[in-house]
Design a protein. Structure first.
Length: 165
């Protein structure tokens, strides 16, 4: 997503509204564990604050993730707040901000950084998801299996086993 800031670049305090829907293809290089849908929507504003361009707004995006426990596909929708600053590349030495050149600000990098930061550490279909049986792969949310019963050996049965040898 590129924003032409020529209207505000010379006027302190000036701002422009941003309302963009676009893909952020590079996000797929950073996160391969989920499947991002190609329409990212950013609604916000860029304001010229004494040479710094301040970007603020809300980013809406959707992706498909798999439940960590049962592997069910989940449709995820996120809305995150983004607040970042840009500085002209020649003035960027001591400033902690994203850079831009000329009259165009490319907001992809900060948007991608914010998405990565906002990514949940674990995605589950429900906090109570029982997951898949490690032995037979049965989805334990749908039905149960006998694997656990077989593994637990009653100590009294062990003694009997020796007795019959
Ligand atoms: Zn699950
Ligand atoms: Zn099982």
């Amino acid at each position: 997503m590129r924003v032409n800031v020529s209207e505000i670049i010379k006027t302190e305090g000036a701002g422009i509204d941003i309302n963009l829907v676009d893909d952020l293809p590079e996000i797929r290089e950073y996160n391969t564990s989920v499947e991002f849908k190609p329409s990212f929507k950013f609604t916000g504003r860029i304001v010229n604050l004494g040479g710094l361009l301040k970007l603020s707004g809300e980013l809406h995006y959707e992706f498909i993730a798999k439940c960590l426990r049962c592997l069910k596909s989940l449709d995820m929708t996120e809305d995150i707040e983004v607040i970042e600053s840009f500085v002209e590349v020649s003035k960027s030495d001591d400033v902690d901000a994203y850079t831009f050149e000329g009259n165009v600000v490319d907001i992809d990098k900060p948007l991608i950084d914010n998405i990565i930061l906002a990514m949940p550490m674990k995605i589950v279909c429900s906090e109570d998801c029982k997951g898949l049986c490690r032995t037979c792969g049965t989805n334990l949310n749908i039905k149960s299996c006998k694997c656990d019963e077989r593994e637990i050996v009653d100590p009294r049965m062990e003694i009997l086993k020796d007795y019959f040898k």
